[in-house]
Design a protein around this ligand. Structure first.
Ligand SMILES: *Cc1c(COP(=O)(O)O)cnc(C)c1O
Length: 310
């Protein structure tokens, strides 16, 4: 069997002490062994709805993206073929597959390099929309990183779980932290709490673009800025996917404290959240563990080569 059956309807919340401060962790990484975390929430709509006419799932992004693996798992769960378009497939990755790429291949994904930028001066998304999608039938297209309205459905379930938990624990004024890429998850969480007049504030940080990029993302998904999450800015500028000693250090300390996080998004969010907690020690904080651990298979060796050499 390629794919495990669905186990968890909900994910657990755990109390977690770190550097003398208390946090709650929403363990969304435990949703399903292969279909977990943030992308599973964003793609949940496609899992639950019928789509019986669909045979082919089309995605695009980086060959190492968490969304590649999650889409491969989605396709396997639904009995679809996945075609995932990448601009460029690094040779070393083809020769020694690892992480999300390797796991997606094992689930039967087809990864198609198109060199759209080089050949046509287009992004892969533009190329797909112009040249590939119109030629396909029985295909379902998911934009890069799951940045689409369909994501609201699954993220709303996550928001409901968190709200139910807070009510059960009698916690008011919860601050909910998570790092953002496209900002889709943070936005739909925040929108749910705003729409339902629930006193939970979503606080996020821009990991992929800058704060302005993230604000634009929020505005495309929801023009009313009252439903936007709060963005806390990083005093230092970080580039997505680059290696930083302070990221590695906090990741190691978190692992020593008992929880394995991923290395692209989580370290910056933890640094900013710790700083926030120091300034607001009384506020209850929940951090969402959004999965993505397979990516560590390629990130961790890079970190070890760079910072562990003696
Ligand atoms: C994709 C991803 C994010 C970013 O999610 P957005 O909804 O695009 O903001 C954060 N953390 C992990 C682990 C992810 O896989």
């Amino acid at each position: 069997m390629l794919i495990a059956p669905f186990l968890l309807a909900q994910t657990p919340v755990q109390s977690f002490e770190f550097r003398g401060q208390q946090f709650y962790l929403k363990r969304d990484d435990l949703l399903h062994p292969q279909f977990s975390g943030n992308k599973a929430r964003k793609f949940r709509y496609f899992l639950d709805q019928d789509f019986s006419e669909v045979r082919l799932l089309i995605g695009h992004g980086s060959a190492q993206a968490n969304s590649l693996y999650s889409m491969a798992a989605l396709a396997a769960l639904k009995g679809w073929q996945l075609k995932f378009y990448v601009d460029h497939l690094p040779q070393w990755l083809q020769q020694t597959p690892s992480g999300n790429y390797k796991a997606a291949l094992a689930l039967g994904a087809e990864i198609v390099p198109v060199a759209a930028k080089e050949l046509y001066g287009l992004t892969v998304g533009e190329y797909l929309r112009e040249s590939i999608l119109p030629t396909l039938s029985a295909a379902l297209f998911v934009p890069e990183g799951g940045r689409c309205q369909a994501a609201e459905y699954g993220v709303r379930q996550l928001a409901q779980e968190i709200h139910d938990w807070a009510v059960g624990e009698n916690i008011t004024g919860l601050k909910l932290f998570l790092p953002s890429g496209t900002g889709t998850t943070a936005l739909y969480l925040s929108k749910y709490f705003y729409d339902n007049k629930i006193n939970i504030e979503v606080i996020t940080c821009a990991v992929v673009g800058g704060d302005n990029y993230l604000r634009q993302q929020f505005a495309t998904l929801c023009p009313d800025d009252r439903c936007h999450p709060r963005i806390i800015s990083s005093p230092k500028k970080y580039h997505f996917g680059k290696l930083y000693p302070e990221f590695y250090q906090i990741w190691q300390q978190l692992a020593q404290a008992g929880v394995m996080f991923e290395l692209l998004y989580d370290p910056l969010a933890w640094l900013l959240m710790l700083n926030y907690k120091q300034q607001h020690p009384q506020q209850p904080i929940m951090y969402i563990h959004q999965g993505g651990l397979l990516g560590n298979e390629s990130m961790l060796p890079r970190y070890m080569r760079k910072f562990d050499k003696k």
